[in-house]
Design a protein around this ligand. Structure first.
Ligand SMILES: C[S@@+](CC[C@H](N)C(=O)[O-])C[C@H]1O[C@@H](n2cnc3c(N)ncnc32)[C@H](O)[C@@H]1O
Length: 253
């Protein structure tokens, strides 16, 4: 039965665990500072982190302007697809992009994969409930897998998307290998749009080198567009570990 009247639960990029972690550490160091006064510095540091993460979580949420949705949907804006065939959403979280892509292209089939680790408030179950609430259950499917070793044959998909995932893939030492793995399962001529911390040189190297390397894998066209400096992102959230180093890689294999 379809439940289109209920809102989906897409979760928040600032997880509850991050809030509880920083809040708890602040209290622990505050308590210890009665014995070792120097620890008040750490208590204040974690208190500041806690307040910052509460603010970011609010800004990302629907109640605070839905910044998360605006940033996430940029991935779809840069995907130059006709909507025919099969798409893959890598690290789908609670499935927002998988579902939006399916809604945008009613002829498509979309697979969302994620490893749904303990650090996040995401699950396959919530993905399926959300798809049902948005009325696209018959177009989408979800499965557990790591972005570092996708359980698909070469060139299986016509389109591939991913948002804010590749830098997190713990079992890939070089995160460029995760980009390559995503492109492996895309057919020749297929289109892609990936958003991540592509401007962090320590992770991806210099932009020109990154683009040259991707082209050397046989990709017909790849562009990088900076999404970190958009006006609707508040300055306070443009810190490097938040949205300050994000960019989209898009193109055609
Ligand atoms: C910031 S969330 C983004 C989720 C979703 N793409 C979105 O835009 O809401 C990062 C996601 O990456 C997933 N992730 C981290 N490492 C992964 C891996 N090795 N394989 C697949 N997914 C992974 C996490 O489970 C989480 O869902």
């Amino acid at each position: 039965m379809k439940q289109e009247n209920k809102e989906p639960e897409y979760g928040n990029w600032v997880s509850k665990k991050l809030l509880y972690g920083s809040g708890t550490l602040s209290l622990v160091f505050l308590g210890l500072s009665f014995l070792f006064p120097i620890l008040i510095i750490l208590a204040l540091f974690f208190l500041l982190a806690f307040v910052y993460f509460v603010y970011a979580r609010l800004k990302f949420s629907p109640a605070g302007g839905n910044l998360q949705e605006k940033v996430r949907n940029l991935v779809l804006d840069y995907l130059e697809w006709d909507g025919c065939g099969q798409a893959l959403d890598i690290g789908c979280g609670n499935g927002p992009l998988t579902i939006e892509l399916a809604k945008k292209y009613p002829q498509s089939k979309v697979t969302g994969i994620d490893y749904w680790g303990a650090g996040w408030d995401y699950s396959q179950n919530l993905c399926e409930t959300n798809a049902e609430r948005k009325g696209v259950s018959d177009q989408v499917s979800f499965q557990k897998a790591s972005a570092s070793r996708l359980p698909f044959h070469d060139e299986m998909f016509d389109a591939a998307i991913s948002n804010f995932v590749f830098h997190e893939v713990a079992d890939a030492k070089d995160k460029r290998d995760v980009v390559r793995e995503a492109l492996r399962v895309l057919r020749k001529g297929g289109v892609f749009s990936f958003q991540d911390l592509f401007l962090v040189e320590q992770i991806y190297g210099k932009t020109d080198d990154l683009l040259a390397e991707i082209k050397s894998w046989g990709v017909e066209r790849v562009e990088l567009v900076r999404t970190n400096n958009l006006d609707f992102i508040p300055r306070s959230l443009k810190l490097p570990f938040m949205l300050g180093k994000i960019a989209i890689l898009y193109g055609r294999k």
